[in-house]
Design a protein around this ligand. Structure first.
Ligand code: SF4
Length: 369
């Protein structure tokens, strides 16, 4: 632990470094709570460089809470398409509707009210309220946890019981009360740019003289690696039906309430968006796909068309390692299915889809016979 004098020195060094070396990112040009909120949600599971174009497009289309609250759900998902973790977009819009309804369109400046909004946890509330409103709330995300663990040479799994709470307490104690927003961003920036997981750059670190891990030669071994959940291997197959006009059939998003393992595997793959008919397969993908079509898509109707295999796609979703086997079938006419839409294979811009569905569509479009 730092003495009060050291803590003052530490804060001064880190804030001065942040002013001079921070990356110039679009959300750092504003303190507008709406914009800060959108950026924090986008950055939750997305790299900074990948988030920037989405952030700019999103704000162009939804410049304020009201526009977002009033937009059709599918418009929001469409603009999110490719960013992944679509529950973020769904929660963002639910929260916008609550903010419009209960908080007169202004992101609530009170932590308890912010925490009541969908998709807002302790970290996100602290980040938004400190940056936008100057509230004295310290953030602890993966980057900050690593920095604090190294500064104090904390051993063991940072996610173990009570450990995260201790890190939060350390972060609360270190927070610079006169500039909580800048402070939080500086701690996150240090973790993202210098105090990185595998190659901490201690020589040029602005707070290296206060760091226990550096003194003990432990910078690269703290934090300890987490035990990972074992991976489940799955094989799924998708059916891309294409008629003579180049139209295909996309199914509506899988129902959230379904508890079947099959539906949850497919939902994980297609991110609960519009998708090609897809199922988990065991041994014979083409036979199982035909059976699925004949039993679930158009009961009683045979799928006579040849199934042409497209390139296999590997995809990882949380603990699932998925191999997707897509097949294209050329048909005279697409079947009528109540939970499906017929769309040109070359243009899915009217519905939200995952980047994986877009990739399969492109393969089906350019596959020669
Ligand atoms: Fe991280 Fe090294 Fe700085 Fe310590 S000295 S905070 S390990 S970069």
């Amino acid at each position: 632990m730092l003495t009060p004098g050291e803590l003052l020195h530490f804060r001064k060094n880190l804030l001065a470094w942040f002013v001079q070396f921070q990356r110039h990112l679009p959300w750092r040009r504003t303190k507008d709570p709406y914009r800060v909120w959108i950026s924090e949600i986008m950055l939750q599971q997305t790299r900074v460089a990948a988030a920037i174009p989405y952030y700019e497009r999103f704000l162009e289309r939804f410049p304020d809470v009201k526009t977002l609250a009033e937009a059709p759900d599918e418009d929001v998902l469409r603009l999110w398409s490719g960013l992944g973790y679509y529950s973020r977009a769904r929660n963002l819009q639910k929260a916008a509707r609550e903010i419009a309804f209960k908080h007169s369109g202004i992101f609530p400046p009170v932590e308890k009210e912010a925490l009541d909004l969908p998709g807002i946890g302790k970290y996100t509330a602290a980040a938004i309220l400190s940056i936008a409103y100057g509230k004295k709330l310290a953030v602890v995300d993966g980057n900050v946890a690593r920095v604090i663990a190294r500064l104090n040479a904390v051993r063991g799994d940072l996610h173990a019981a009570n450990r995260w709470q201790q890190l939060q307490e350390s972060a609360d104690a270190m927070l610079a009360p006169e500039a909580p927003g800048d402070w939080n961003q500086a701690m996150m920036e240090l973790g993202a740019t210098l105090c990185t997981p595998r190659a901490p750059q201690c020589l040029i670190c602005p707070v290296n003289k206060f760091c226990q891990a550096r003194k003990l030669g432990l910078a690269k071994t703290i934090p300890e690696k987490r035990k990972e959940r074992s991976t489940v291997e799955l094989t799924l197959a998708s059916l891309v039906l294409v008629d003579r006009q180049g139209h295909t059939l996309l199914l509506a998003p899988p129902r959230i309430s379904s508890k079947s393992a099959h539906t949850s595997d497919v939902a994980a793959l297609v991110s609960r968006l519009w998708h090609f008919p897809t199922l988990a397969v065991q041994k014979n993908a083409t036979r199982e796909l035909r059976q699925y079509f004949e039993q679930m898509i158009i009961p009683g109707r045979k799928l006579a068309a040849k199934l042409t295999p497209l390139e296999k796609v590997r995809h990882a979703v949380t603990y699932r390692s998925i191999t997707l086997l897509p097949f294209r079938a050329m048909v005279r006419k697409l079947p009528r299915v109540t939970t499906a839409k017929s769309l040109p294979l070359s243009d899915f811009s009217s519905v939200p889809i995952s980047s994986l569905t877009r990739k399969v569509a492109r393969m089906a479009l350019f596959k020669s016979n």
